[in-house]
Design a protein around this ligand. Structure first.
Ligand code: SF4
Ligand code: SF4
Length: 89
């Protein structure tokens, strides 16, 4: 087994560290792919997704939801009200 590989964090394949405390909700049709939400997130929760909305804009995806601290900077900075954060159920 390659032990160096096992030490590298891989958010795509590693299991969640703990249950997410917040739910980050994206409304794909409102997004214009400006990337502001991705840029301002202090925990690197969001990444540009691979799917596009009907206008061809690739909207963000919360790829590390368990890291979200609920600061709502993504929500406050989105010019199109395309993302919001609520406590996890
Ligand atoms: S609420 Fe804060 S930590 Fe959570 S995704 Fe938005 S900017 Fe990132
Ligand atoms: S800030 Fe809003 S419009 Fe810009 S990429 Fe994020 S969700 Fe889309």
């Amino acid at each position: 087994m390659d032990t160096t590989q096992a030490l590298v964090e891989n958010p795509e394949t590693d299991p969640p560290k703990h249950r997410p405390r917040f739910q980050v909700v994206v409304i794909p049709e409102r997004c214009k792919e400006c990337g502001l939400c991705i840029h301002v997130c202090p925990k690197n929760v969001l990444e540009k997704g691979i799917k596009a909305n009907s206008r061809g804009y690739k909207y963000p995806v919360p790829v590390r939801p368990e890291d979200c601290v609920g600061c709502r900077l993504c929500e406050f900075n989105c010019p199109d009200f395309a993302i919001y954060v609520v406590p996890a159920g």
